[in-house]
Design a binder for this molecule. Sequence first.
Ligand SMILES: [Zn+2]
Length: 502
Amino acid sequence: MLVQNCIHAGECEGKDASLALARDILIAGTQADLLAHVNVLIIPIYNVDGHERRSPYGRINQNGPREMGWRTNATNLNLNRDYVKADAVETQAWLRLWNAWQPDLFIDTHTTDGEKHRYDLFYDATQGPETAEPVARWVREQLLPDVLAALTADGYATLPYGQLRDRKAPTEGYMAGWSMGPRFSTGYPAACNRPALLVETYSWNPYARRVRATYDFLRHTLRTLGAQRESLHAALRNADAQCVAAHGGGRDGRVALAFAHTDQHHPVTYHAYQQVLHQSEITGDTVIEYTQTPLDVEIPLFDGIEPTFTVTPPAAYLIPPQWSEVIERLEWHGIRTFRLRQAHDLDVESYRFDDVSFADRPHEGRQLPHYKSTSIRERRHFVAGTVVVPLDQPRAKLAVNLLEPAGSDSLVAWGFFNAVFEQKEYAEAYVMEPLARRMLSEDAGLRREFEERLARDEAFARNPPQRLDLFYRRSPYADARQNVYPVARVGEAGVVQRLKAE
Ligand SMILES: [Zn+2]
């Protein structure tokens, strides 16, 4: 079991809880039996530089401790968005640890703010459609019921991590159960067929109570893990075997890359405080003021998640060797690859990008593209040294998440292929003009298309460079590789085996 604390270094109770637990296991001996069947790795402070940037003002929504660290690392990256792109040295070191130790269970500890209520601890877990079914079932049936019952017996109020649909109207319901993508610490293990737990104690509780809640969560999880180790190992074996056989796909053979809440809900008693709405002179809107009067109210909890986009994985991906930043990351992620010994012309599937635009602000230090991707089939030349990513491996689902452009955590979505979207050669108008005239006279279809466009698209009709560009794009001088994904999909396992054997 790997316990990680202080990824958001201002949310620091996990550090104290972990060290207290280590003390009680190793020195006081009061919890020594927890190690009978489990090895525990503890990262007391993951975001070390954020932890040292400490002050009383690191967390405005949080009740102590007197000083706390900062959310981001020294290069202002949120490490809890970095698990796929691995831009931070912390992430690169974490991936080495993850692959060297291969933990069976991962826990990340946090503090959450949000509306005022009477809960101690919120949790999320890999139990939705983003997780291999045997692992999700183990979390749902073997792990969570035991741990939550023990916490309730200790007197803690717990709730799945989420948020009210409308804070000003709690009876509208509560949304829980994200399907976190692999950019998140607790989404990443799911892409590797491993379970993960997110723990969020409540920011307005006193610090000591938050430490104690985290301590007890870790203690109960360790005990359950020890008792359920055989069922967990069976689930992990099944999940990896299914992943290898289905190239990362689930029982339907497909990999889900986008998810949404369904309308599925069930009633819960929500432990709130009575609230009154004031008219605010500052905002001009109503603002919530919480009273000290407890209020228990029955509300619907929405926790159904379903895939909204799935993809059939290929037998392998092919990555031209010049995309070294991408290839390097696959290695960091423990994804097995091999290189072509000689050049090949192969029939492959890939994608063309349309409607490309860019976000107007950076996100986590990157410029994120927006695009639509359309499947294409073509014969492509692959040089010797091209990297082949066969998907008959336990990291296949992670590879699909990284390499299918439609996934919101794909390397295309994170901006690793942005240069592909750029036009790098342009025609001079005095060169293009006679060529365009000739194309117009020789191609009746093109003339019809041009005239129709002029008639229906006024902005186009009034834009001379755009009118000329229409002809440039149809000429043999246009860049046929612009907006085309350099990575290719090979569908046949036999082709991959032949490439590997040569
Ligand atoms: Zn956090």
